[in-house]
Design a protein around this ligand. Structure first.
Ligand SMILES: Nc1ncnc2c1ncn2[C@@H]1O[C@H](COP(=O)(O)OP(=O)(O)OP(=O)(O)O)[C@@H](O)[C@H]1O
Length: 213
């Protein structure tokens, strides 16, 4: 199994209409690749298919099992603490019942705190997600992906709802995680300027196909 992400011959239709046609791309470990394209071009669909969330034809291979997904709206449970939101990343290896009863293993709790520290949120574990800023919430979502131990991170417009300063900080964090943890990161971005500054390569999606450039 290769590390990183390899997509080949990906066909995807939604509502009976073709959205992606024969898409191929690769993201190497340590690399940040930006996915750009007009609204409705299929960026979200491609990321969701790569995460195994949409039925498709073609090949998707991701090192380390299921890729982690980070969404624009970070999909946190607002009533839960930052740490409990991060712990959701461990569900795949713990099963349902112990976590449902709040019985997280001590090692996973410690690992969740370490992931929070890694994304710059040391000490904020007990705080309710609803009481965090937008940038902090996005960091919690990234910490959850780290706890999941994914080798591939798919981020769907992770900075769209952030101010420019926070947007740059989050993209700088993603780039650091690619470099230092060897993550392969595919990130859809609306701002070409940010793609230019933070991505190693840029892909453009248009009319169901993906081009380098
Ligand atoms: N569940 C669905 N059923 C039918 N069509 C869908 C569905 N979800 C998305 N589509 C269509 O598929 C196409 C691709 O949508 P997608 O959300 O992937 O685009 P996008 O590039 O992420 O757009 P944006 O930049 O606006 O977020 C669009 O034409 C959209 O209308």
């Amino acid at each position: 199994m290769p590390r990183g992400l390899v997509v080949a011959g990906l066909d995807l239709a939604l509502g009976g209409r073709p959205v992606l046609r024969g898409v191929g791309l690769a993201v190497a470990p340590g690399e940040v690749v930006a996915l750009e394209g007009p609204s409705g071009a299929g960026k979200t669909s491609l990321l969701r298919a790569a995460a195994g969330l949409l039925p498709h034809r073609g090949t998707i291979r991701a090192g380390g099992g299921r890729p982690a997904l980070v969404f624009q709206q970070h999909a946190l449970a607002g009533r839960l603490s930052a740490r409990d939101n991060v712990l959701v990343g461990a569900l795949g290896r713990l099963g349902f019942w112990r976590p449902a009863l709040g019985l997280w293993p001590a090692a996973e709790r410690a690992a969740a705190e370490a992931c929070l520290a890694r994304v710059g949120l040391a000490g904020l574990g007990p705080r309710r997600a609803a009481h965090l800023s937008g940038g902090q919430r996005q960091r919690v979502a990234i910490a959850r992906a780290l706890l999941q131990r994914a080798q591939v991170l798919l981020a769907d417009e992770p900075v769209a709802s952030l101010d420019p300063q926070n947007a740059e900080a989050i993209l700088a964090l993603l780039r650091a995680l690619a470099r230092e943890e060897g993550l392969a990161i595919l990130v859809s971005l609306h701002q070409p300027e940010l793609a230019r500054r933070f991505a190693d390569r840029r892909l453009r999606i248009e009319e169901g196909q993906v081009w380098e450039g």
